[in-house]
Design a protein around this ligand. Sequence first.
Ligand SMILES: Cc1cc2nc3c(=O)[nH]c(=O)nc-3n(C[C@H](O)[C@H](O)[C@H](O)COP(=O)(O)O)c2cc1C
Length: 498
Amino acid sequence: MEKIIFACPWSGTSGETLILARSIREFAGSLSDSSIWVFTSKSLEEFPKEAKNELMDLKAEIIQIDGDPEDLKFPFVGFVLAAATAESMAKGKTEYLVWIDSNSMIIKEPKKFLLKEGKNIGYRPVHHTLIGSIYDEPIDSFWRLIYQKCNVQNEKIFPMKTHVDGKILRPYVNSGFMSVRPEKGLFQLWWDIYKKLYKDPDFQRYYDKDGLYVTFIHQAVLAGIILSTMGKGELYELPFEYNYPIHLYPESPKEYQPESINDMVTIRLYLDKLKDPKWREQIPINDPLKSWIEKQLVHTLTDKEPISDKVKFGQIPLVYPIPIVLTGALVDGKANFEELGDVAVMGIKPAIICISSGKDNHTNKGILEHGTFSINFPTTKMIAETDYCGTVSGKDVDKSQLFDIFYGELETAPMIKECPVNLECKVIKEFLVEHRQIFIADVIQAHVSKEYVTEENGRKKIAEMTKLDPIIYALDNKYYKIGEPIGEGYKESKKLKK
Ligand SMILES: Cc1cc2nc3c(=O)[nH]c(=O)nc-3n(C[C@H](O)[C@H](O)[C@H](O)COP(=O)(O)O)c2cc1C
């Protein structure tokens, strides 16, 4: 019986898996001869040759997972299936299975993976809150649903602190870093439940609301399974020297900024950041680790694994930046506002815009009733109210008192006085695409608050974007502020047209 088996998903040609495997062989001390299993949905024939040869040299085994290609399209389905496959293969072969994501690296012998008597899982909490549930706030509907579907009893819930943002959450552990006893069958249960839950229609509205739910539901389900099957005494929170995210070093709280990364036991890394020598300078990595990492970068990215400069992120609508608007409608005689990022100009003359709003959103009811709605551009000072309109529904709370409201020509499109710009819109086409209702509308009138309008040569002019101060959003789930103007449309190209 082996002490430990390391299992990880194949990272693709980025080379991360190779660095992980090399680091196990080099730095894992008495565990460095352990089996390494690399899981992939590719067949051995399809697997990149250079990487296959090196993994063989490192005595790592490549194992193909057998998943339905339709299922594998959803984020982390292959990942959870690989963990469950590793667990069933590991039964009877090893005391501990370490499920470790490819962008990890071992720095010192990870002794604490060998769990003490009575402990059945060693884990680290998530680095950031993201969709996590704040412990001393009432539980939200998403987590209530997770707990209900995973059969979690309230008394099982306990506080857990995130690494980077230092929030106290309901249990939420990093799904790419765990030591488990394979005979407990935790990953098999994770897979059995996740493969059903990810497509459970009850979760669709969360996916529609925020892509983070799509990405992280597998991790929420894992938290649910751990709580429903294990008592607190069986859980072991590994110290912060395990799974230390060096890419988050600059933003980590002081208590989690070690004097030297060499003191950590295992780290998480992002090759793109690590490749940048300027970025590396900010991180206290000393020799001999420093030179070892530098050698890996050259070895992985040029000699062994020539890769394109582009990293594939799959099917995500990575359009940025995203303007944030508040869409207003009169629902059952009351104004309601929802936050939307999915808004687009479809034409200037005639002025046509398009919005995409979840089909069950309360706002849609008013838009359908009157055939009208408004688009309002909040300023960055209104960020809390805006985010509020994006996280609670008019079905549950009254959002009509949040702002000073006025009406224009359409009389049924409530607009927000505090927003510098408001558009009154009249629907010309409406249809469903999957779970989204698309409204294409004529802009009937654009309103701009007086203080943002100037006159130049007898013509009205709208203030610069820096003054309008809109809220910008991006697919990293962060809100941004607009920057300085850098040129003029249709004029900058003159320099090139000689
Ligand atoms: C940053 C952000 C962007 C959002 N963008 C959209 C969007 O484009 N489409 C959508 O249907 N919902 C979007 N939402 C979610 C809705 O605003 C949310 O479901 C809201 O509760 C709906 O309100 P209602 O039910 O009162 O209409 C977004 C939420 C946030 C926080």
